[in-house]
Design a protein around this ligand. Structure first.
Ligand SMILES: Cc1cc2nc3c(=O)[nH]c(=O)nc-3n(C[C@H](O)[C@H](O)[C@H](O)COP(=O)(O)OP(=O)(O)OC[C@H]3O[C@@H](n4cnc5c(N)ncnc54)[C@H](O)[C@@H]3O)c2cc1C
Length: 415
């Protein structure tokens, strides 16, 4: 069923009784061509592009909870492509371009809002590093603008720009094509489109082990029983190293809690994304009106999806220093997700030491923006056995060759 103004009208006239489930409730097969472990954005996008770009439709996505219930449904929804190195710029800008056409492609409104992202400079040092950053982006063919404090104020009038502000704003830099998208819609849109092409989406199915035959992958053991496949793909974000351990190899990944919070909803006050790299805080306003506040990582590895009080306190302090009027808001919700941080802050997309087993992980604090390209390039290697050109620099092999892509400066904090 295609969604359109006409189908909405038809729904309204018929008491909304004709809507079909967005993805099919399937009876699981005993054998698939490809099994994808993890029903987050990356796993679902990979399933969709496997079917759409490569015609591989005998695919199952196995999700231990509900789809999008991991980091995909927990993030602060910021999309951007302001990275430093050419390899990352190519990867993330391809993703942003896919996002720009995704609602039409999936026939599902992902509510992309390119409301711009402004990074705040609180010191001369910040200004210097931002001009280097913006120049690097321009060299990579991605528009970026350095802006004055006055221009920042015009974009976010609620910011405290007074001379004696606790966090002075000297200027900043802007990516106008950056913004936000509805995170659940990205997961649901890919799930619906993949399901329509024949992909099986199986929820409440935890992968507990891998079946190997003659050193090659032959399937997975799950909470619902064994399922066979000669290609298995891991897209499990914060739990990638747990799954790698089950398969018998190690990843250069550390897992941390990353938290976010929202205020009660208020009328529109902020129509851009504001990020303060110096404090680790970033702020936007959701379509529902909540002020969405993101934080830096907890400073210790953990699988507890809580987020520490110290980080919460630091972020709220920074947000209130930047936007004093927000001190009157009530905090509505706080949550965390477990993110997988690679030592060079860049992702891993490609084969593993186990033949037939592939991995997409290491997106750390910033993989929501990369869901389209993560899925696109992962599907390519799963279908062809060869890495996509965009993903070639992001192989696990780089930790053996020493060809790291250190994006800590551009992705060191969340968003
Ligand atoms: C608070 C927070 C804010 C963030 N903000 C942003 C942002 O603004 N912009 C941005 O670009 N990124 C952001 N991120 C990062 C982004 O959310 C992630 O990088 C991205 O969602 C990763 O997607 P994924 O599909 O790889 O992982 P997930 O969405 O976590 O999906 C992995 C899935 O694997 C499942 N799984 C795990 N183990 C198993 C198993 N054994 N068997 C079966 N299933 C399993 C999990 O249940 C989960 O659903 C943020 C993250 C957090 C936590």
């Amino acid at each position: 069923m295609r969604y359109s103004a006409w189908s909405l009208l038809r729904g309204a006239l018929s008491g909304h009784r004709h809507w079909e489930p967005a993805w099919a409730d399937v009876t699981r097969r005993s054998n698939y061509d490809v099994i994808i472990v993890g029903g987050g954005g990356h796993g679902l996008a990979a399933a969709y592009y496997l079917a759409k770009n490569h015609g591989v439709t005998n695919v199952a996505v196995l999700e231990r909870g509900w789809i999008g219930g991991g980091n995909t449904g927990r993030n602060t929804t910021i999309v951007r492509s302001n990275y430093l190195f050419p390899e990352s710029a190519r990867l993330y800008d391809f993703s942003l371009k896919l996002y720009e056409g995704l609602s039409q492609e999936l026939n599902f409104n992902i509510m992309l809002s390119q409301r711009a992202l402004v990074m705040l400079a609180h010191s001369r040092h910040d200004l210097d590093s931002m001009s280097r950053w913006a120049n690097a982006m321009r060299m990579n063919g991605i528009a970026a603008e350095l802006v004055t404090a006055g221009e920042v104020g015009a974009m976010a009038p609620a910011l405290d720009l007074s001379p004696n502000a606790r966090l002075p704003v000297l200027g900043g830099f802007v990516q106008r094509r950056a913004g936000t998208a509805r995170h659940d819609a990205v997961a649901w849109g890919y799930a619906r489109a993949a399901s329509a092409l024949g992909v099986h989406i199986i929820q409440n199915c935890e992968v507990r082990g891998f079946t190997l035959e003659s050193g090659k992958i032959a399937g997975v053991d799950t909470s619902l029983g064994p399922i066979r496949a000669d290609r298995v793909a891991i897209a499990a974000a914060g739990h990638s190293s747990v799954l790698a351990k089950l398969a018998g190899f190690r990843l250069p990944v550390t897992s941390y809690a990353l938290q976010a919070m929202v205020s009660e909803p208020i009328k529109p006050i902020l129509d851009t994304v504001v990020l303060s790299p110096g404090t680790g805080a970033y702020v936007s306003q959701s379509d529902k009106g909540e002020i969405v506040m993101g934080a830096m990582l907890d400073l210790f590895p953990s699988y507890a999806q809580r987020g520490s009080f110290a980080v919460k306190q630091a972020i709220i302090t920074a947000v209130l220093a930047l936007f004093p009027s927000f001190s009157r808001l009530q905090l509505l919700r706080q949550w965390a997700g477990i993110v997988d941080v690679v030592h060079d802050s860049s992702p891993i997309i490609g084969p593993t030491p186990v033949a037939g087993l592939y991995i997409n992980c290491g997106w750390g604090t910033g993989g929501f923006k990369a869901i389209p390209v993560g899925g696109w390039t992962f599907a390519h290697v799963l279908a062809t056995g060869k890495s996509h050109a965009l993903a070639e620099p992001f192989q696990l092999q780089r930790f053996i060759d020493g060809r790291l892509i250190d994006e800590a400066a551009a992705s060191g904090i969340a968003h």
